[in-house]
Design a binder for this molecule. Structure first.
Ligand code: G3P
Ligand code: CA
Length: 242
């Protein structure tokens, strides 16, 4: 059965990358959540998509230039009524210990080369004993290799925007157990060949009904979607198949 990962939480209806969006994803019946991490000036891992806080919070400036206590004062639910803080990764991992979900941590270190980010994330994943339920992904494939070298017990998955030739060979060459392609970047055949080679395929960001049907139909490993409610509803049609 294709697993459903809620992209930045249940971000179609709740403020992205907030505890509210993660809790609602769990309520919706998602199998996992996807989130993005950046590092504050004082080295705290925070869950936020952009390098700057401007788009998703009440503040301004780069995450790397703000202290954790400064970021915690910001509101990450700017379009909503209830104020929500930017979560720390610690907060999310503590919550993970109360459920059985999987969590895809995307290292957002493509633009800002955060020193030691991989090691910090791995230390926390081990502290909370979540190695079996975490997938570390990144567009920065050097970071994927570093993560694997530091923690071979944690699954890694490179992210792709464009299609690549024989992605399973590439994944195997960097010891990644999965790949996370843009949903339009891979044909059904390539996805099936990749899965047949033992590599998990979790396309992002799958929001249209038609695309969800496509991936459920070929029993893709997982989809990453903003709308886990819709995905759970559509997936029901495929659950009774042998
Ligand atoms: O992990 C899949 C997806 O989240 C990658 O793109 O920009 O939404 O972080 P983005
Ligand atoms: Ca992401």
């Amino acid at each position: 059965m294709t697993l459903i990962f809620a992209h930045r939480g249940y971000s179609a209806s709740y403020a992205e990358n907030t505890m509210g969006a993660f809790l609602e994803a769990e309520k919706a019946g998602a199998d996992g959540v996807e989130l993005d991490v950046q590092l504050t000036k004082d080295g705290e891992i925070v869950v936020i998509h952009d390098e700057k806080v401007d788009r998703t919070t009440s503040g301004t400036g780069f995450v790397k230039d703000l202290l954790f206590k400064e970021i915690r004062k910001l509101n990450a639910n700017v379009k909503g009524i209830k104020k929500e803080p930017v979560p720390s990764l610690i907060e999310v991992l503590e919550w993970m210990n109360t459920n059985k979900l999987r969590c895809n941590i995307e290292l957002k270190n493509g633009l800002v080369p955060y020193e030691g980010m991989e090691e910090k994330v791995i230390r926390l994943v081990r502290k909370y004993d979540l190695m079996d339920r975490i997938i570390i992904s990144s567009f920065n494939h050097y970071s994927i290799v570093d993560s694997y070298r530091m923690a071979p017990e944690i699954e890694t998955a490179p992210l792709f925007i464009e299609g690549i030739y024989m992605p399973w060979i590439y994944a195997q060459s960097i010891r990644a157990k999965g790949i996370h392609p843009k949903h339009s970047a891979m044909s059904d055949n390539i996805i099936i060949n990749t899965m047949d080679s033992g590599i998990a395929v979790r396309p992002y960001t799958v929001n249209k009904d038609m695309d969800m049907h496509r991936f459920f139909n070929i029993n893709c490993t997982a989809i990453i979607t903003d709308d886990p409610v819709k995905a759970v509803r559509i997936r029901k049609q495929y659950e009774k198949r042998p």
